[in-house]
Design a protein around this ligand. Sequence first.
Ligand SMILES: CC1=C(CCC(=O)O)c2cc3nc(cc4[nH]c(cc5[nH]c(cc1n2)c(C)c5CCC(=O)O)c(CCC(=O)O)c4C)C(CCC(=O)O)=C3C
Ligand SMILES: [Fe+2]
Length: 375
Amino acid sequence: MPDALDATPYDALLLLSFGGPEGPDDVVPFLENVTRGRGIPKERLKEVGQHYFLFGGVSPINGQNRALLDALREDFAEHGLDLPVYWGNRNWAPYLTDTLREITADGRRRVLVLATSAYASYSGCRQYRENLADALAALRAEGLEPPRVDKLRHYFNHPGFVEPMTEGVLRSLADLPEDVREGAHLAFTTHSIPISAADTSGPVEAHGDGGAYVAQHLDVARLIADAVRERTGTDHPWQLVYQSRSGAPHIPWLEPDICDHLEERHAAGVPAVVMAPIGFVSDHMEVLYDLDTEATAKAAELGLPVRRSATVGADPRFAAAVRDLVLERAATERGQVAAPCALGALGASHDVCPAGCCPARTPRPAAAGAEGPHA
Ligand SMILES: CC1=C(CCC(=O)O)c2cc3nc(cc4[nH]c(cc5[nH]c(cc1n2)c(C)c5CCC(=O)O)c(CCC(=O)O)c4C)C(CCC(=O)O)=C3C
Ligand SMILES: [Fe+2]
């Protein structure tokens, strides 16, 4: 047995995710949960519902989170880290409030939260903190005394997140027909968000147009492109592009869209494209529909060979990265000096979101940040 690792003061890890439907009857109620009060056009909702029905009404995201839970528990056990791992979602069972009630009943007093979003932004960070605040308030209203919650820092530039994706891009390149491989371009994709949300994402320091959201993705894209060049000896031109846009058409969102990008690359004579969904932690519906179905059909229509590279999913290197992040944060909370592990130009991001970080359009209570109580 290895020496026990110390997660003190934490006594639980909570995997916090989006949630997804698990059958046809779940699809509409799930979409109602996602879009409550968010002004998404009905047309878009019908369209997104079809994406789920095409896959039998089942989103892959819950299965992927179960696999990640297994990988985390296995990694922790193997390395002598005695920390129970729980799972709760924003939009589908197991719901966050129910999981936090269970955590409270189990007597846990300090919970560290791992959200399945690696980057700064309202949707990927603050909205999860609002969900935590809501859940804590609901439990208090039941007369319970919920634990204190903290959230792990953004992990986009942790080697355990970047390296499996680099390997995925290398595998996709190798999988392309030999005659188009060398000339292939890399299209790094992430979720489009409103430009106003990108510009105000992350901490208030200057990050240029697109805020921390775009800066962090560019950092990861550059890291992967550089590593690919080192490993293959070929310089594959790359660009950060976007997918899964929603919202009203008159509101500007981040562009270009992956499908327009494929068209433009094809017209420019590019022989092949590898689509690398660096914005996502697992192969969920945004990847399976927007890339593997829609963008892949677009490429077929153009006669442009494409491959889609893997997300980290339940890769053991990602599980090890989570263990590293937990131990780092625990040491910091104990007042020890931790050496944060981060690749790229931006360095490790803040442990605690500063006040006003990635603001909501309508201010609401958010837990685990500098401006509010932790619990
Ligand atoms: C930044 C970001 C991430 C990455 C970070 C993270 O992972 O958190 C993400 C992930 C996901 N988004 C998902 C699904 C949806 N997102 C929607 C809507 C929206 N997403 C937004 C942003 C993001 N979304 C935004 C700005 C909207 C517009 C309305 C709003 O501000 O809320 C809608 C409504 C219909 C539509 O408009 O598409 C759906 C159904 C699923 C589940 C997939 C599955 O089931 O496998 C996942 C992992
Ligand atoms: Fe989304």
